[in-house]
Design a protein around this ligand. Structure first.
Ligand code: COI
Length: 354
């Protein structure tokens, strides 16, 4: 008998779907009716269960609240052309979750719990998967140290939860970003490649300062020299320089973005040259002076692509040319959308259709 052979489901008696304005979804506004909850205790994962979405009851000593053992994923389910539902790159998301959990010394959620749990949960909340172009059901799997003990220790208990909510695409207006050379997001040997809560919490303060100075986000630089671009806000950073799609290589300070990987793969499919290599701030400055940089954008699950209009480098605002539909980022985004909605063949086996 496997853990997920028969996932118990307790259905809500009061769906909230009527409260959703599907024409104005935004991001993070709505939560679907159910959640999957799975506990780890005594060295083993218990049978997961699907429950009505609701509050948790936690002891103030819950370890995650103090010492930060908490990680999450961000993934999406799409409504396909034929009405079916596609969980995009589900195995790859599990793989990344497992890496994040391992980096944070947390119990690894079995792939079976992740995949079978998602299947039951999303099938139950299928009406929440929106249909309009660019929309999706954003899925938030996460895990945290749930042992109630304030001694400083690796937790012996964990809670794994998945909830979801319908979202629209984000960041369509070109962003103003500032190259950050004082604060860093992650350092070599740190937790930058893990999707752990602390990476996000630590980013707020420098981002707030950038906002006060009139920018939307920061372009993070490396912790050693503050010379090379790392990420863009909460996304991977990508540039088009000399007609090539250029992005910093993965490292232990850069998140292995699944949208990043998908866009790089599609660029290659479309015959767009791809360079995965360090991108120095100096190179960007030079490319602006020589007009060889034509695009800059963030790539992430939530936004897919987030165009950048202005980059502030050492106090100087450099402007990207206005983007039209032929921009490489939009061609890649549109191609991705066609694959995920079943309108184009899924040659990379990314779709996991319910
Ligand atoms: C994503 O792009 O999905 C992210 O991980 C950012 C998230 C915090 C909204």
């Amino acid at each position: 008998m496997t853990l997920t052979a028969n996932i118990p489901v307790q259905k809500t008696t009061h769906s909230h779907i009527e409260e959703v304005d599907f024409s104005n979804l935004g991001f993070g506004k709505y939560v679907a009716d159910h959640m999957l909850v799975c506990d780890y205790a005594n060295g083993t994962w218990q049978t997961p269960q699907v429950l009505p979405f609701g509050n948790l009851s936690l002891s103030p000593t819950t370890l995650a609240l103090h010492y930060g053992q908490t990680v999450f994923e961000g993934m999406k389910a799409f409504r396909m052309d034929d009405g079916r539902i596609n969980l995009f790159r589900v195995h790859r998301h599990h793989e990344r979750l497992a890496k994040s959990l391992s980096r944070m010394c947390m119990a690894i959620v079995p792939e079976e719990v992740f995949v079978e749990g998602l299947k039951v949960l999303i099938a139950l909340d299928k009406d929440w998967v929106p249909t309009a172009p660019g929309t999706a059901l954003y899925i938030r799997p996460f895990a945290f140290a749930s042992e109630a003990k304030f001694g400083v220790k690796v937790s012996d208990e964990y809670k794994f939860i998945i909830f979801s909510g319908p979202v629209a695409g984000a960041f369509q207006k070109p962003l103003r970003v500032k190259v950050e050379t004082e604060y860093v997001r992650a350092s070599r040997g740190g937790t930058g490649a893990a999707k752990c809560g602390g990476n996000y919490g630590g980013a707020y303060y420098p981002t707030q300062l950038a906002k006060e100075a009139g920018y939307d986000q920061v372009l993070w630089t490396d912790a050693r020299e503050n010379k090379y671009i790392e990420e863009s806000g909460m996304m991977n950073a990508m540039f088009v320089i000399d007609g090539k799609l250029v992005t910093p290589p993965l490292s232990d300070s850069i998140l292995d973005g699944i949208t990043r990987d998908s866009l790089l793969t599609l660029a290659t499919d479309l015959g767009i040259p791809v360079e995965t290599r360090p991108v120095a701030i100096d190179e960007l400055e030079k490319a602006f002076r020589q007009h060889t940089i034509t695009e800059a954008f963030g790539a992430g699950t939530a936004a897919i692509v987030a165009p950048i209009g202005t980059i502030n480098i050492n106090g100087v605002d450099y402007h990207l040319p206005a983007y039209d539909d032929k921009a490489i980022m939009f061609r890649l985004r549109d191609k991705l959308e066609l694959i995920r909605t079943g309108k184009e063949p899924d040659i990379h086996n990314w779709n996991f259709v319910l």
